[in-house]
Design a protein around this ligand. Structure first.
Ligand code: ZN
Ligand code: ZN
Length: 367
């Protein structure tokens, strides 16, 4: 019997960027056997190094003592308690990768293709840990676990053609393998199976960002996508957090030239120039100077500003952009959520603060 936090396994394409063709895999805990096409090749003792190399598109399996032959595909199958293994490669000698549960290996273009068949909650904990950031409270980790799980169950088809459900990169969700943080593991376990759904019981697109600057923003104003649960709120929890404020400077003429070139803004009109140099957002706006042709999100992208929530002041020949927040501002504000959690607010209330009219349900209920 293997020990599982939940009944569900998920297939993740791992180490997708490394292009490895020679590795050592070592079971560290639990019980492992190697199979090929359903036939057992070897029971592997814990801490035994299994060497894998590629020859003629086949995987050569050996230990220090013995060669076990060549296979098209092999599986590390776990059957113990708390099963995990490491993967080492001479190509990246300084890195050691650790993964929970099972592993399927094939060869594609003369490199290994690794698929980690992992308990959903082990995966969620790995994703929350990879999300990183500063150390947070366990209540915040529960929020992040539910968000990552909600995302995961909506994107199980992203890599169907490659034989797995999600990759380990930003394209899906960053996953660096086994989670070492016990607070995060507990948070995944205690929220096991929970996902966020909207009024029609559909899993939500649980978008989040680092800091909203004091007000979140409507999804329609950033992505032209209307979602009943992604509506703005006033957030008093994030305004003294690390990413609450930013500042940038540039020459007045560079700013005006940008507006003229990009948006045909009338920079030869002194009144219009004056307005463009003295723009204030006390509450969050969508458009620059209320001009529908100049979305603030567009300016943010062009200038790589931390947010679209900024005011403009002048100082000599320069303009000063004074901004609030970090990120697109839609959905959950991470630094606000962290502060709420620190103040003792429970994960359900934090989630319902940032996403409107949502429910938290077990995904079994909505399958
Ligand atoms: Zn992907
Ligand atoms: Zn906020």
């Amino acid at each position: 019997m293997s020990f599982r936090l939940s009944a569900e396994d998920i297939k993740i394409g791992i180490l997708t960027v490394y292009k490895l063709n020679s590795v050592v895999i070592t079971p560290i805990s639990g019980k492992y056997s190697i199979y090929s096409s359903g036939e057992k090749i070897i029971d592997v003792k814990i801490n035994t190094s299994i060497h894998l190399t590629i020859l003629d598109n086949c995987i050569i399996v050996s230990t220090d003592e013995k060669n076990y032959g060549a296979y098209n595909s092999i599986d590390f199958v776990s059957s113990g308690f708390l099963n995990y293994f490491t993967i080492n490669s001479t190509k990246y000698a300084k890195k050691e990768f650790s993964f929970d549960d099972d592993l399927n290996i094939t060869v594609v273009n003369n490199c290994f293709k690794f698929i980690n068949i992992v308990d959903l909650e082990h995966y969620i904990a790995g994703v929350v840990e990879a999300e990183g950031g500063r150390k947070a409270s366990s209540e915040y980790y529960k929020v992040q676990a539910i968000i990552c799980r909600t995302y995961a169950i909506c994107h199980l088809n992203k890599h169907k053609s490659e034989g797995y459900e999600m990759c380990d990169l930003v394209h899906c969700q960053v996953y660096n393998g086994k989670c070492r943080n016990t607070d995060i593991l507990m948070a995944a376990s205690e929220t096991s199976g929970m996902v966020i759904v909207d009024e029609r019981s559909k899993p939500i697109n649980a978008t989040y960002h680092s800091n909203c600057g004091g007000q979140t923003i409507n999804s329609i104003d950033v992505w032209s996508i209307n979602r009943s649960y992604l509506k703005p709120i006033v957030d008093k929890y994030c305004t003294s957090q690390p990413n609450a404020r930013w500042e940038r400077h540039c020459l007045k003429k560079a700013w005006l030239a940008y507006l003229g070139d990009k948006f045909n803004y009338p920079i030869n009109d002194s009144g219009a120039c004056n307005a463009a140099l003295n723009f204030k957002q006390w509450t969050r706006k969508t458009y620059f100077l209320n001009d529908k042709d100049i979305p603030l999100s567009k300016i943010r992208n062009d200038w790589l500003f931390k947010s679209s929530y900024f005011s403009i002041y002048t100082k000599g020949d320069s303009v000063v952009f004074k901004g609030r927040g970090y990120g697109h501002g839609v959905g959950l504000c991470q630094e606000g959520a962290m502060k709420m959690a620190e103040e003792g607010i429970k994960f359900r209330d934090i989630i319902k603060t940032y996403y409107h009219n949502v429910k938290i349900v077990n995904y079994e209920e909505i399958k």
